[in-house]
Design a protein around this ligand. Sequence first.
Ligand SMILES: [Zn+2]
Length: 182
Amino acid sequence: MSVLDLVNYGNPILRKKCNQVTNFPQLSDLIDDMFDTMYEEEGIGLAANQVGIDLNLFIIDISHTDDDEYPRIFINGEITSSRGESVFSEGCLSIPKVALEVTRPEVILFKYQDIHEEWYEEEFDGLLARAIQHEIDHLNGVLIIDLVSEMQRLKVNKEVKKIKNDSIIKFKRQPISKGFVL
Ligand SMILES: [Zn+2]
């Protein structure tokens, strides 16, 4: 399996609503590569469009903070309800080295499919709820910089602009489609 290239802020795939997954049998190599990539980059979650793939699919592994946890795969996910509120410092593999205090609902009801096309609706809270919201935002084209106050955004403006400019140059040189036909 292999580590995939991350796409950074500035790449248009991070700003679009991703397509629903319909062809499940073709996902397993992509998912293996996404886990390799996430562990290599020391992330706890990764959405498909962060590696240039336009599909409603993300992975999460928070087992380093919780012994009962395990690597999770969420496909065609959708938050159906939410409640409460919490504030937490979030980073993002697509906006390297930028951390922002993001306010989100504390508890979510989340509907999704697994790799076998089985549907689930489950309640999540804590770090898992937060990671799911971060990743599902990615798949809807939303980034953490959209969720914070103008004041917080100004503090990281310089770094974010640099990431965007570097990404646009890279994106122009190297088209995002990299041989995944899904
Ligand atoms: Zn992110």
